[in-house]
Design a protein. Structure first.
Length: 124
């Protein structure tokens, strides 16, 4: 009987300490503590992680297209030609120049012309 009484008093005293502790300290901060746990979405988190991994593994656009974006503007054709410059013959057409880009399956002849209808024939 004495042991049961001691156990009851101990549980009551612990309850008198823990219940107000929970009510006055933890309950006002419930949304800050429990909210993030309930809002955790495993699917969204896994998609974000996979996206980060795949973007680090994927080759750059230059490697995929097989081109380089670094162009020297000092030697550009537009700057070296005057406004009145007209080609006497169609050099690229005579050479049957083709553009071939394997990564996007583009293939075609290059045509030279002054009017926009030349674009309908192929690469201008």
């Amino acid at each position: 009987m004495k042991k049961i009484f001691k156990t009851f008093v101990t549980i009551t005293l612990i309850g008198l300490v823990l219940i107000p502790l929970f009510y006055y300290i933890l309950y006002p901060n419930y949304n800050k503590l429990i909210g993030p746990i309930k809002r955790f979405d495993i699917q969204r988190s896994s998609e974000e992680i996979m996206f980060q991994i795949l973007t680090t593994v994927v080759p750059t656009r230059d490697k995929v297209l097989g081109i380089s974006d670094t162009v020297s503007n000092s030697n550009s054709i537009e700057e070296s030609l005057s406004k009145d410059f007209v080609l006497e013959r169609k050099v690229l057409e005579e050479m049957n120049t083709r553009i071939l880009i394997n990564s996007i399956e583009v293939d075609g002849l290059v045509y030279e012309g002054l009017e926009s209808k030349t674009m309908d024939r192929g690469f201008w």
